[in-house]
Design a protein around this ligand. Sequence first.
Ligand code: NDP
Length: 248
Amino acid sequence: MSKPLEGRIALVTGASSGIGEATALALAEAGAKVAIAARRRDRLEVLAAQLATLGAEPFVLTADLASEDEAQRIVKETEAHFGRLDILVNNAGVMYLEPVEEADLGRWRRMLELNVLSLIASTQAALPGMRERRDGHVVNISSTAGRVANPNAAAYSATKFGVGAFSEALRREVYKHNIRVTVIEPGVVQTELRDHIGHAEVKANLNAWADSMRQLQARDVADAIVFCVSRPSHVNINEVLMRPTDQE
Ligand code: NDP
C-alpha cells in the first residue's frame, strides 16, 4: 500500500532534538524524503541513520539558522539536492525566559532572529519553487505562548505571536498559488527546550509546573504535523492548538 507522503520532499529545521527530530521521523514513516537541519551535526547523523532505514534518503544540513543567509541556503541546497521542496517545517527555536527588567538583550535578539527572522527567510527562499509548481506547504511552529502572553515570556511570546501573524498574512498572500500554510501551537512538550533557560528561578518554576502534568511528547506534535501535511491539496488546516490534557 502506498504511503500518504510517498514522493514528497520535506525539510525540517531544528531536527537534532525534540519536535523536529520526531517530525523528521514521522514524515519519513509517512513516505517522505527528508532534509534535516540544525547545528549539532553528530545528532543529525544519528537521526539520518534512522531515517535511512525508513527509506527517507536523508540529506543532512549543518547550519546556524540565527543567520538569515543560512536559513535561505538550506532551502536552496535541499532544492538542488532533491530537485524541489514540497514541505517546509520551520521548527528551530529557542526559549529564553526572564523578566523584562533583567533581560539580556543580546540573547533576546538571537531568539528574535532565530524564531522569527530565520523562519521568514527560509519561507521566502522556498516560495518561488512552490509557486512555480503550484504546490507547497509551509508549517510554522508557534506555541500556546503565541496565543497567551505570560510574565517572563515577553520576548518569547513576541516571537511566537509574530510567527502566528506572519503565517496568517503569508497564507493570504500565497493560497492562490496552491501553497498551504499551517501554524502549530503546542502547550508543554517534554523536550530540551527548557534546558536553555538562563534564569535559575524562572527555570525551576517552569520545570516544576511542567513536571506536575503529563506533558505532550514530541511525537504527539509530529503526528499533528503529519496529519496536516497529508490532507488532500484542497484542505488547508490553518492552525492547530494543542495542549496536554492536564494543562489549564
Ligand atoms: P529542542 O530544544 O529539543 O529543539 C530545538 C531545535 O532547534 C534543536 O534541534 C536545535 O538544534 C535547534 N536550534 C536551536 N538553535 C538553533 C540555531 N541557532 N540554528 C539551528 N538550529 C537551532 O526544543 P523543542 O523541540 O521543544 O522546540 C522546537 C520548537 O517547538 C521551537 O520552535 C519551540 O519554540 C517550539 N515549542 C516547544 C514547546 C515545548 O514545550 N517544548 C511548546 C511550544 C512550542 P541545535 O542545537 O543542534 O542547533
